[in-house]
Design a protein around this ligand. Structure first.
Ligand code: 13P
Length: 341
């Protein structure tokens, strides 16, 4: 198979009109925070058991086509000795890998951030692929203020995403390009729209400069929402603003847009995705790649206890199913009760 054929086969599995992506790639620091919120210690065994439970949830493959793993998870096996990427693959879920190395301040652009990890990236991509990864994720983070993102912040972050994406495609891994505009703050819906448009336009300008094949990548953006300190907007409004901004700045060649949840509640993220798909007016598939919005109910149910695992798995599959319905524009909040789907 040529590299192009490999990339195309992965895209075809990840873009099927009905399934989304589970982000389970929390870094060691982030998973420790999530575990601590439900009273669980973040040991390697607990992380392994939790993620093995997520991946083996019965029926998950009906609604989830790919999972983004953290480097540690890619090398772990479940208690029976099956490597976790294989546990996912057995359900028809493609394993992917977060390849950035986290973020820090961007010198010369106060208030902006930049992500690390380009050094040695090609070698790491080869190893991840040998371990079963078929796609990758890299996240750049954009705080919003009256002055941020700056021109420099926009250009520097876009350049990182483009270099990462070009490296992935050269190694046969589909890149998920994730420019996350943070919800933190009190910015208006209109300001969020402006910033997201600036970010996406600069990212696609850089992707084109670096020769990234747009048909063989996925975009993982934020939705256009008001800052988290303000009341949330209605799903219809979020959907209209988000779609208007996307249409202004994202080429139609991109096959799928898989939103992050970014601090939206589980049901809120589903309602917003549903409203977007009900507009029925997008040249791309509109799907999800949620972390918190898929996992929160499962984590809260699990509480680190073996006897809760099955219930936690059902909580995860339920959220995955609700978001699958949202991809079809067929979600209703009355489905949240017992006997969903
Ligand atoms: P959230 O959906 O929790 O924002 O996580 C998605 C993700 O992958 C962040 O990098």
């Amino acid at each position: 198979m040529t590299v192009h054929d490999e990339l195309k086969a992965t895209i075809d599995s990840l873009v099927d009109g009905r399934r989304g992506i589970l982000a389970a790639d929390e870094s060691s620091g982030t998973i420790a925070k999530r575990f601590s919120a439900v009273g669980v210690e973040s040991t390697e065994t607990n992380r392994r058991d939790y993620r093995a439970a997520l991946l083996s949830s019965e029926g998950l493959g009906d609604f989830i086509c790919g999972v983004i793993l953290f480097e540690e998870t890619l090398g772990q096996s479940d208690r029976g000795g099956t490597p976790l990427p294989e546990v996912a693959a057995a359900q028809g879920i493609l394993p992917g890998i977060k390849v950035d190395k986290g973020k820090g301040p961007l010198p010369g652009a106060e208030g902006d951030m930049i992500t690390y990890g380009l050094d040695g990236l090609i070698e790491r991509l080869r190893e991840y692929k040998a371990q079963g990864a078929r796609f990758a994720k890299w996240r750049e983070v954009y705080p919003v203020s009256a002055h941020n993102p700056t021109e420099l912040g926009l250009t520097a972050n876009a350049e990182m995403l483009a270099r990462y994406a070009a490296a992935c495609q050269s190694e046969g891994l589909v890149p998920i390009v994730e420019p996350e505009v943070l919800m933190d703050g009190n910015h208006s819906l209109e300001r969020s729209a402006t910033v997201n448009e600036q970010v996406w336009s600069s990212v696609f300008h850089a992707l084109n400069r670096h020769g990234v094949i747009l048909e063989l990548m996925l975009l993982k953006p934020s939705m256009v929402t008001p800052g988290a300190e303000l009341p949330s907007a209605e799903p219809q409004e979020v959907a209209e603003y988000t779609l208007r901004s996307l249409r202004r700045s994202v080429p139609a060649a991109v096959p799928s847009i898989n939103f992050l949840s970014g601090g939206q509640g589980p049901e809120e993220a589903t309602e917003n995705l549903n409203a977007l798909n009900q507009l029925n007016n997008a040249p791309w598939q509109l799907s999800f790649s949620y972390g918190r919005a898929l996992q929160q109910p499962a984590l809260a149910t699990w509480h680190g206890k073996l006897e809760n695992i099955e219930m936690a798995q059902r909580a995860l599959v339920k959220r995955a199913c609700m978001n699958h319905l949202a991809m079809l524009g067929k979600y209703r909040d009355s489905l949240e009760g017992e006997g969903y789907g």
